[in-house]
Design a protein around this ligand. Sequence first.
Ligand code: SER
Length: 871
Amino acid sequence: MKSQEIRSKFLDFYNSKQHLIVPSAPMVLKNDPTLMFTNSGMAPFKEYFLGNAAPKSTRIADSQKCLRVSGKHNDLEEVGYDTYHHTMFEMLGNWSFGDYFKKEAIAWAWELLTEVYKIPKDILYVTVFEGDKEDGTSMDTEAYDLWKAHISEDRILKGNKKDNFWEMGDQGPCGPCSEIHVDIRSAEEKAKIDGKSLVNEDHPQVVEIWNLVFMQYNRKASGALEELPAKHIDTGMGFERLCMVLQNVQSNYDTDVFTPLIREIETISGVAYGNNEKIDVAIRVIADHVRAVAFAIADGQLPSNNGAGYVIRRILRRAIRYGFTFLNQKDPFIFKLAETLSHQMGDAFPEIKKQFTLVHNVIKEEEASFLRTLDQGLLLLDKVIEETKDKEIAGKKAFELYDTYGFPLDLTQLIAREKGYTVNEDEFASEMEKQKNRSRSASASETGDWIILDDNSTEEFIGYDTLKSDIKVTRYRKVTSKKGGDQYQLVFNKTPFYPEGGGQVGDKGYIETNNGDVIHVLDTKKENNVIIHFTKNLPKNIEDTFTAVVNEEYRNLSASNHTATHLLHQALRTILGTHVEQKGSLVNPDYLRFDFSHFSKVEADQLEEIEAFVNARIKENLPLIEKRAIPMQQAIEEGAIALFGEKYGDDVRAIKFGKSMELCGGTHVQQTGDIWYFKIKSEGAVAAGIRRIEAITNVAVGNYFEEVEKNYTEVKQLLKNPKDLIKSVSNLQDENTALKKQVEQLLKDKAKNMKGELKNQLQEINGVNYLATKVDLDPNSIKNLLFELGGEVDNLFVLFATAPTKEKAMLTCYISKDLANERGYDAGKVVRELGKFIHGGGGGQNFFATAGGKNPGGIPKVLDKAKEYIS
Ligand code: SER
């Protein structure tokens, strides 16, 4: 059965059980402060489990793109070494939100596996939770009894908390689970060892394929469990593993999910899969990683130097270096796999097809730039090896290479080994540990449980219509920071505060108590669909009604930049073309930053046109037309632009100013005239095919022009208020060029005169015409003078010292080529050693070298010592 069919059969089956089938949510999470990537099928539904929002249907099923690169579930460095772990994988899942529970979940899973997919019952095992003393939970006899109806008891195994109790995080909904494992070993193997003993033992052919989680508890910050009022089902089946079983192969990489990629890697590298373990690992790493990277980019996450972008960069770099080391790929090649991936997955996940060009270009550019870094790192490693005396490279050095050049230990070891060196691994590990500790202590904070004041209250955002409102705190919690500076997080029954989202920063402001006490709101964010207000203190009489007031100026300036962002987007699509898509946005009161797909630099005249376009819309004073809850389909039909990789609900909010219409949750001005003026400050590249524009509006433009005017006035004053400033500057430039020429000529003349004098000063020592002296010339003239002298005098050895300033000294050494070659003199060595006296260093070739330093006081010593080289 082909993987496409396996996927559709799953969705069709749950559709027949009245489940709503939804598309995969993006793999990259944009507005979730607790999670960077969707790491399991249930992550997009967290808010439903927490009761913060109601699902569209109480039964949902999908195939979700997931990414696991760290934490208890996976470790990036392990992927590729086995046949069944991945960074990116698909999780087939079905959910019940307070609807059906264990009975149906178990019966349907069994029906699907054994009747639809026709997996023989005698290769399946199931596990149930045995209970846990510390948590005070008992064995899940309910699940045990339900399983008994389907499978013989000797195939039902009991498992502990580690394997059979699933938790969403440190806190929140959790519960016992039943896993379904499959034993695909040969009959011969099975006769030797009972499959039962291999369940959950990391055997590559006895693997878990499905996890059925029975959410019935809530884990509190104290660690205690409380029963959930409504019980839920969360199941997750590893799609690639299921394909392995149904396609009768022994490795996920032998399924048609991976074989097209592997064939392509073989074609590109000319190396076959299946003959050599090291090469196979490399091929698996690349086939796995390209999926993670390509889908992340398609979802709008570009490789970068921090956060989620850094995770993506690390994954790609790991693939590059495996290709570099084991497949001998010294040029970019992974980008070529994007096409195979797009053919293969484009039907189930259209984003990979639509974003093909971007994915292709970004990977290519990222590869090229990392390969350049690898080259630099290799040079550095050569130097380290050269300086290593005892054949063992210090772990500290290896760590430096890892930290700065992304050189992992195994690559350093590999290169070192080729040259007969080893690396001190213990020292490397200890450096790594030190770094981990440093980052751990930087982020140490503890979040307490919510203290619920009003359980029934729902929360409403009223900030589109008002900036001030009477509110009540419905719950709060304390965040204790190990570095000091505790904070509180407050949730209100209704709030005018806009939470950070869609690139726009969260509102600031305050809440005021009846007796005039003011508590500042430092920031506002959304977590699992709940709007959280960050404060330093907790109001007294927390159950009172307070007045919540948003900082109006902060909000209005953000709104001005947000509306300008929409107009800029429209301008770019009008002037550059409709290939322009938003790839990132930041909107705060001070400025706006907009990243978009475009293949070349935006030229100065285009920037002018873009600026003029936006300012024309501002001048038209277009009114805001806001459609607050219209069906997504209707909005798209009306021409609204939706962003790639964004998660939208069924009903969306559309923002329209004239012909600009976007799906957007942000805050905007009432009419474009409120923006005042739009000014682009910079344009540049962020990644291959991605440009960035930074711009300002409103008072920031006023400040900017004031600053420009101030500078202009100062320059004018400096030039004694000429009538025509431009002409005056241009005259100055001409004058400067003429003077430079004159100085050059004077220096040349001076050097000529000096040449005769210097020739007279030459001393003959051991057949060498020697001179070491201090001169007062610029570097260029020194060089010319030395080469001229060299042309006129044989066997020359000259060292010049200069002190252009009180803190600067320079040495230049010239040795006739014949002399240097025959007698082994080395100008580079001379300046390196003498450079020490002027507190500096340098180098060059054996016949000509220079050094610079900070200590002119050392020049007499240099001149003294120079003679030692020839005598
Ligand atoms: N949340 C569970 C898991 O990730 C089941 O979907 O295994």
